[in-house]
Ligand binder design. Structure first.
Ligand SMILES: Nc1nc2c(ncn2[C@@H]2O[C@H](COP(=O)(O)OP(=O)(O)OP(=O)(O)O)[C@@H](O)[C@H]2O)c(=O)[nH]1
Ligand SMILES: [Mg+2]
Length: 590
């Protein structure tokens, strides 16, 4: 099924056409029929010659009902633009066009109606250049009369061509159903209706409405009960657990959207050149989907504007908004601009110049990466969890940098570099325990999760018992790796120095070991006997628990090692002044 909205000047014959095409009455209110004027959105549907079903959202043309028109068009991907042959292009034709331009609507059919009253040529001539200017150029034009029915078969064919060219929405997309009507039905709770642009809603689903959990009790599409409906579709949803709420709320997948009242957007003035130099007023109305929300605008720089919304809305990066001046003189076009969402979680702006820097960052990110995309989101936020990316509308499709965390590649590299620096600085400041606790490193780098720190540890850094040691700086990669392997052996058995065979196997000769020692990643107690830095202090601490004085053999047992290691180690401790040799066999700790 497909959904198409109408657009066009008041009284140009939109509802008459919808009625003629569907046999259904889009103007349901008595007042509408009495005044011959659409006030509320109207809904009607038909089957096209191809068999495809097409639903219309019929909008009012009167300028006073622009907000209603926007609520109808907002969630709909395609438009039937109606111009009366006898009147031609009129102010609300222009206003609706500017709105479509701002909303980025690209799929359109031009219908010149009331052709029983005048020839269509003039209207087509006026409309064409306007549509071209709004970026909806090259659309098909059809001439009809809603009164005589002339041209209606051709219009049906043209509608079939229009909908067959529409992009296929993803049935697995996150649901966001903007409510255009809500009412309570005695005995069965609340019913909301809307245009589902993509995704799937099923009976039993647990969704959020205005941020509150609700359960889908029943579903209808085009008045038929359904268990499940995928977009694009008109749907009526019977909800459990919510009071009737009005137009402009959205029924959404939990976790699928970011509820936010602060956004940074990129603004494209609509209907240029009229507004090119006008700038934006401070107070605006923001339209998205069927919502109309008051907002305060702050120009940050370039095309970037920060909007504070009067209430939070469920948004994604890349969402298209329409900005309207709520208080302008009626004679002016009141749609000011289209805007696309650049950030749904913008940071607070502090000192002078912060706004300009922020705008520059957003514009630079825009140049380098596509919005909305994961790379773009990470460029802005540097580190995000999978759940954050999903809520921003850029769900990850690959494993994270570190568990659920995703990092901007440039930022991650920089963090790795800074960690080496921090660990070296820490080691210099703590000669007796040079290994830096992971938590201290997390704090220094300002990271939100310890796991990020451990993922950053790679040669020349290494992890031992919750601490990070700085390994050889500038060692050739194979040597650094071999040293790292040794360090892992030693972490488990700190006084069992590797034997000559193991060292040879790892390709660590005297030169490599000397370099590793210089870099502070190994301790050489004698030629060919290497331990971890700090092993000597640790050995002395263990030996001090023995009855004093102690023998070489007692030391060997206490340190769980061999004579080959313990003799040179004790001599090293003597030299370091940690132990003192009393005679041929006895030593004591100092
Ligand atoms: N002669 C003639 N009259 C038409 C035709 N289409 C509509 N009308 C008349 O034009 C008037 C307005 O028609 P509507 O269909 O209500 O116009 P609309 O565009 O829906 O108006 P709004 O919803 O208020 O913007 C009505 O009196 C219709 O009978 C047509 O093709 N030929
Ligand atoms: Mg109408």
């Amino acid at each position: 099924m497909h959904v198409v909205a109408t657009a066009g000047h008041v009284d140009h014959g939109k509802s008459t056409l919808v009625r003629a095409l569907t046999g259904m009455e889009p103007d349901r209110l008595d007042e509408e029929r009495r005044r011959g004027l659409t006030i509320q959105l109207g809904y009607a549907w038909t089957a096209l010659p191809s068999g495809e079903r097409l639903a219309f959202v019929d909008v009012p043309g009167h300028e006073r009902f622009l907000a209603t028109m926007l609520a109808g068009v907002g969630p709909v991907p395609a438009v039937m633009f109606v111009v009366a042959a006898d009147e031609g292009w009129m102010p609300q034709s222009e206003e609706h066009l500017v709105a479509l331009e701002a909303l980025g609507v690209r799929h359109c059919l031009l219908v010149v109606t009331r052709s029983d009253l005048a020839g269509p040529a003039g209207a087509v001539e006026q409309a064409r250049p306007r549509l071209d200017a709004a970026g909806i150029g090259g659309v098909e034009a059809v001439t009809v009369s809603g009164r005589t029915g002339q041209g209606l078969p051709e219009l049906r064919q043209a509608l079939d061509r229009l909908v067959s060219g529409l992009p296929r929405p993803d049935p697995a997309a996150e649901v966001r159903l903007w409510v255009d009507r809500a009412f309570s039905v005695t005995g069965s709770g609340t019913v909301i209706t809307g245009t589902l642009p993509a995704g799937t809603v099923s009976v039993g689903d647990e969704l959020l409405l205005a941020g509150e959990p609700v359960r889908v009790r029943g579903l209808e599409s085009l008045k038929e009960p359904r268990d499940t409906v995928s977009g694009v579709a008109r749907v009526a949803v019977n909800l459990r657990g919510h009071d009737v709420s009005g137009r402009g709320e959205a029924l959404v997948t939990p976790g699928g959207w970011t509820y936010t009242d602060l956004i940074d957007v990129s603004v494209r003035p609509a209907g240029a050149p009229r507004h090119e130099s006008a700038g934006l007023p401070r107070r605006l109305t923001v339209h998205v989907g069927s919502a109309a929300v008051a907002a305060e605008a702050r120009h940050l720089g370039g095309s970037v504007v920060r909007l504070r919304l009067a209430r939070p809305l469920p948004l994604h990066l890349g969402d298209v908004l329409l900005l309207r001046d709520p208080g302008r003189d009626r004679s002016e076009v009141r749609v000011l601009a289209g805007a696309s969402v650049l950030d749904v979680r913008p940071p607070a702006l502090g000192r002078r110049g912060a706004a300009r820097r922020r705008a520059a960052l957003l514009e630079a990110a825009l140049l380098e990466t596509a919005v909305p995309g994961m790379a773009y989101a990470l460029r802005l936020h540097r580190l995000l969890r999978a759940v954050d990316l999903r809520a921003m509308g850029v769900p990850p499709d690959a494993p994270g940098t570190s568990g659920e965390w995703y990092a901007d590649p440039g930022h991650w590299k920089e963090l790795g570099r800074r960690l080496v620096e921090e660990v070296r600085r820490y080691a210099a400041g703590h000669p007796l325990e040079p290994a830096m606790p992971v938590e201290a490193a997390r704090h220094r780098l300002g990271l939100p999760d310890r796991r990020l720190v451990t993922s950053l540890v790679r040669p020349p850094l290494a992890l031992h018992a919750g601490r990070i040691v700085a390994g050889p700086a500038g060692l050739p990669e194979p040597v650094a790796r071999a040293v790292e392997r040794l360090r892992r052996d030693l972490a488990a058995r700190p006084f069992q120095a590797p034997d000559a065979g193991r060292l040879a196997g790892l390709g660590l000769g005297p030169r490599e070991l000397a370099a590793a020692e210089r870099a502070g990643s190994l301790l050489r107690v004698a030629e060919g006997i290497v331990l971890l830095p700090g092993a000597d202090v640790r050995a002395a601490a263990l030996l001090s628990r023995l009855p004093q004085p102690f023998t070489v053999s007692q030391a060997r047992h206490a340190l769980a090692t061999t004579r080959r290691v313990v003799v040179p180690l004790l001599e090293h401790l003597d030299r370091a002044g940690l132990t003192e040799r009393l005679d041929e066999v006895h030593r004591r700790c100092r």
